[in-house]
Design a protein around this ligand. Sequence first.
Ligand code: ARG
Ligand code: ZN
Length: 883
Amino acid sequence: MKDASPQTIFLKDYTPSDYLISKIHLTFDLDDTNTQVISKMNVSANYDFKSLKRDLVLNGEELTLNKIFVDGVELGADQYELIEDGLVIKEVKEEFILEIHNTINPLANKALDGLYKSGSIFCTQNEPEGFRRITYFIDRPDIMAVYTTKVIADKAKYPVLLSNGNPIDSGDLEGGKHFVEWLDPFVKPSYLYALVAGDLGLVQDEFTTMSGRKIDLRIYVDKGNESKCDHAMESLKNSMRWDEEVYGREYDLDIYMIVAVDAFNMGAMENKGLNIFNSAYVLADPKTATDSNFFGVEGVIGHEYFHNWTGNRITCRDWFQLTLKEGLTVFRDQEFSSDMNSRVVNRIANIKTLKSRQFVEDAGPTAHPIKPSSYIEINNFYTMTIYEKGSEVIRMIHTLLGADGFRKGTDKYFELFDGQAVTTEDFIHAMSVANDNYDFTQFKNWYHQAGTPMLDIKTSYNEAAKEYSITVTQSCKPTPGQDEKKPYHMPFGLGLVSKDGADFPLKLKEVFTAQPQIEENILHLTQESETFTFTGIDHEPVPSFNRGFSAPVNLKSDRPLSDFVFLMANDNDEYNRYESAQALAIELMSCLVKDAANGVPLKLDAPFIKAYGELIKDESLDNSFKALILDIPSEGILHQAQDVVDFENTFKVRKFVKETLAKTYEQELSAIYDSLNVDKEYSLSPEAMGERELKNLVLGLLLSTGNSKYDDLAYEQFVKATNMTDEFAALTMIIHSDSKYADEVIEKFFIKWKHETLVMQKWLTAQASARGEKTLGRVKELLSNEVYDKSVPNLVRSLIGTFTANYTEFHNTSGVGYEFITNQIIDIDKLNPQMASRLAGSFKDYKRLPSDLKALVKTSLERILAEKDISRNVYEIVSKTHA
Ligand code: ARG
Ligand code: ZN
């Protein structure tokens, strides 16, 4: 461990900074290992100076300090002190100019935090606390300053020199160097600061804003990749227009730049006017990117663009407020994607992600509220909970207030807080005052309580009175540090579906409270347990609960399985048609897992087989929707329903169900495949994407019949494919079905694509996710393949990250999977703690493992904790898992 015991930081300890920095001028003389940084800052007391401590404490990590000047006078050794992770300037004045000279080593920076090199490009990542690895600073988001940057570098190697804002000066310097100076007129926190230098290709376009201003749009990529930027550029223009139309937000600078780099810890970063992106979310053409990659590009481009108002113009007071910008911005990007594509398909995809990843987090050792009250390492809190659950919380506010009310709320938010660093309470305040002081008191529990609520629903029908009642009881299991939970206020979409498939109008018998209990088929749940009685229901309906997934909860009810079958076919809420199919399959498959464990022969429920067949044959369904609804629940989803996770039998059951369904409907499936497998001009239209999606899902089902003619079919698709969606789907299925073509396609794909790192990432993923004991050996071999590089996070995620999600192999009872990942965590932590701590998260199931596996994981966790010098990042995750 670096520190003997890493410190926990608490929200309750927040105090404003004693000193402010209003302006900073930075000069960089770039060099691989010895970059010179000069920072000149205007510092002043934040409060009555007499009451302040006279020591100015600055953050700084991995820096070499050269000189300090105060108001132009160099400080002597007794006037400052270097401390662990920082610098103290002693006895400062009320207001002064502080100038610091330091050096950094970007080439050695493999943590990809601060200023580093990705290939031959210099770039930065400063959120949340990277700026302190560039120079000494009060590195917290409530210190907002105007930044000017002069970048100096070798002109031949780095013709492009970028920073935030607008270029104000440039010129040649001696020794083959040149410089460009940038000024960002908007105040911003240090985490939004960015610098880029490289020999980059440029794609340019422009956008005219709603007030008629022309914005210069620029995407910088590695030379040779310029042709892969069309979709990103289109998505950017769509985002700019959408934010004007839906939120009335206009872009504020004259230039908007995006730079794509290969080595990046996360998806992308919203630096003011200069977004830096993981190249996976910029580069996309039909030959090298799948349809899902195209969606990813659109979503992330939107996300970072929307941050300009929700994140940059209004930012977070401190990092406990992270969901203020992330939950809100995810909500905005999800809505943008829904408007650009099929709304229901997009919503289902978002909910799938939430359930398969956030629900797991909420049930595991690192569960935390969307607004945590403490952390050890803030980088560990860029989580599914802060982002995706955070977005669901915003979505509930949107549901409670309605679209117009929500818009009034955001207008108020921008009006009150533009240019400030604020809290989630400030956001709620704006929402409330713009909506007749809407009472969010109880709703705020969503911000402070972790865990996924469970709704237990009992129904009853009173034939004589023509009344139907539902009793909803909410609960939420204890999570670390929170044993008791208060009831939540949640909007609950409800439909009572009649025999003929129409919805009964919902009329409540009695209204008890001042707050409305029902609006537009949305019930307001507020009590631990409450009963709602509806009148005028002339026969027993089939209830459709939580329509549109209006609240992010799990459901349990007394309804018979036949209700799910009915809703799969008849629900007017498309999302719930999908959800009913899932719920039914989860229920049945969970029983089968138990049967398998008890040695009972597996048999699939006949009504389910029939209902599934109806879906296959239903020609009215949109292809994308059909592909989603025919995709039986994942192993991960099935594990969630198990007290002790049974990896082997879950895998077996899923295979059995797929095979049974495929054999039953082989003819129909094969007909669908043929009808979709026709030569057509490639298009990115939702229809064309839906066709590819359904075709590939169907191919997967056909392969599971075990009939070798489908091996040939998959091989043919692989060879003939003219787009990556079909090519990659075939590659993956061929490898996973252990077909006789597996080795050949692995080789062919490699030869064809080895110079495209984003495609090689897919190649690694397809192999690391294959089942069977030879996979681990293969993964180990791939570590020394020419395309693999452990300092590039995308490659680590593709190979190592994918293996941790390969349940049967990672959790292999021999313990070899755990041993391998443990070694990887320890090894990668030395380079990149953020990457290592993500991998460490793969032990999240520890407490729910069977005892033999649990003992093995315990040894692994203890081995990691015993390592000297493990990062705070890994320490936090592993110690919380082990606790
Ligand atoms: N704010 C960025 C986004 O949401 C994420 C950056 C997180 N970076 C990190 N190192 N944790 O797009
Ligand atoms: Zn974000």
